[in-house]
Design a protein around this ligand. Structure first.
Ligand SMILES: [Zn+2]
Length: 460
């Protein structure tokens, strides 16, 4: 049986780093946002950024975790140029949250623990990959950025489930406003997978699709090996996204190998019951609750609701729009064409030119049947990438009902498509649809489909 567990690292969007006052943001110039603390100079002392802890507690509450009244940091020792002080400050014995769950379809995924730790520096392999680079550069700007690590039990039975979980988790984190999914590498995943008794870990995968691909590759690799009676080695592998393969990096070390010790520079920190209650009250309405409300109160189909709430921006815009236009129509367009168009341009709603006012006008024109669905789709595509008032170009967008105009187009189509006309007459209904399509084309998609059908039947 395939068993998969995930360790998800999220870069928290705090103003400053976890243990110093350096800004937490990405800049091109390397080693410009650093201080003695985050490059690990001896004698520098860490100070905890409380807002990073607050974010982690919020995540814990959103994932139905238990929040212990106290937690503390430990030092995880290792030697590598990405961590100047040769240990990473992380949590081991006392994480901020544990034992939570997230609903995934009919299943519940157990969240084992949630901990806060510092991100290491960024290693840049110059002139190639880890295997072929001439040399490496170290950019300490990332060193000390607050990470929240979310660890699940090995509850996933397929790579697809793991991907669905990540998508849902990402959406929840976006609602909490604790991370920015548009920042490259703001979510990095380690996945462990076992087909039999031996667990293999795939490190540092970015992107939901790549997690699914890496796991699928690993299943095939392990099945092949087992079929040839080869032993699966307990090891850590890396995902090469370009080649689409995982490669062995090192045999897996045990947690004990890191020699965890409590960080004596940092005190134990506590959280009171009242504070937990207060944070709970501040949780926004999360995707599952939103879906329930949309279905129950707004009478929107569940699959459409799920699609709309996947992005907070989209849900917010939808809720504004339905104050002015028909709810079902809006749901259909938000879950359908609007999402499709944004995906096509790889844009999020807030980064596109599409504004609620424009959407309201457009949907209103569809509802009043002044434009066809086809024209609306074309306009939506334009409105996504440039400012455009949907009402401004009515001369070329208005739906055509005029029978004389439509009849002329039909006559032209009949004259040039004799075969289709004969086919229709001999009983082929698809030919009729083909002919209607041709008339639609002649009217640039603006002809009223019902009028076209009615007149076509009359004229043939
Ligand atoms: Zn610093």
């Amino acid at each position: 049986m395939t068993r998969i567990g995930l360790e998800v690292h999220i870069q928290l969007r705090t103003q400053t780093k976890l243990f110093c006052g350096c800004p937490n943001r990405f800049v091109k110039d390397p080693n410009t946002l650093v201080c003695p603390q985050c490059i690990g100079l001896p004698g520098s002392k860490p100070r905890v950024n409380r807002s990073a802890l607050q974010y982690a507690w919020l995540i814990g509450l959103a994932l139905n975790c238990k929040i212990p009244s106290m937690s503390f940091f430990s030092r995880k020792s290792y030697f590598y140029p990405d961590m100047g002080k040769n240990f990473q400050i992380t949590q081991y014995e006392a994480p901020v949250a544990h034992t939570g769950r997230l609903k995934l379809g009919l299943k519940e995924i157990t969240i084992k623990r949630i901990q806060v730790e510092e991100d290491p520096a960024r290693i840049v392999h110059v002139g190639g990959t880890i295997a072929t680079a001439d040399y490496v550069q170290v950019d300490y700007n990332r060193s000390g950025v607050p990470l929240c690590e979310i660890v699940t039990d090995p509850d996933f039975e397929s790579p697809r489930e793991a991907r669905d979980f990540l998508q849902k988790l990402s959406s929840i984190l976006e609602y909490l406003n604790v991370y920015d999914p548009s920042v490259e590498g703001s979510m990095r995943v380690d996945a462990n997978i076992s087909l039999g008794p031996t667990r293999v870990e795939i490190k540092n995968i970015t992107g939901f699709k790549d997690v699914e691909k890496a796991l699928n590759y690993e299943i095939i690799r392990q099945k092949h090996a087992l079929r040839r009676n080869q032993k699966i080695v307990r090891e850590t592998r890396g995902w090469d996204a370009d080649a689409g393969v995982t490669r062995s990096q090192r045999t897996k070390e045990d947690e004990e190998d890191y020699g965890y010790i409590t960080d004596s520079d940092l005190t134990i920190f506590t959280i009171t019951e009242e504070k937990i209650k207060e944070l709970k009250n501040h949780l926004p309405e999360l995707p599952d609750a939103k879906v329930k409300r949309y279905v129950k109160e707004l009478k929107i189909k569940e699959d459409l609701a799920v699609s709309i709430v996947s992005e907070p921006d989209l849900a917010e815009a939808f809720e504004k729009v339905i104050k002015y236009v028909n709810k079902e129509l809006a749901a259909k367009w938000f879950a359908g064409e609007i999402k499709k168009t944004l995906n096509y341009h790889n844009l999020r709603l807030r980064d596109s030119k599409l504004k609620t006012d424009g959407i309201i006008k457009l949907l209103d024109m569809i509802e009043k049947r002044t434009i066809t669905d086809h024209t609306a789709e074309m306009m939506l595509r334009e409105m996504t990438i440039k400012s455009l008032d949907p009402e401004a170009r009515s001369d070329v967008t208005t739906r055509i009902y005029d029978e004389h105009t439509i009849e002329n187009s039909i006559k032209e189509v009949i004259d040039t498509n004799t075969k289709a006309v004969l086919d229709y007459k001999s009983g082929k209904n698809e030919s009729f649809n083909f002919l209607v399509g041709q008339v639609m084309k002649k009217t640039q998609g603006r002809g009223d489909p019902e009028t076209i059908r009615r007149l076509m039947k009359k004229l043939i």
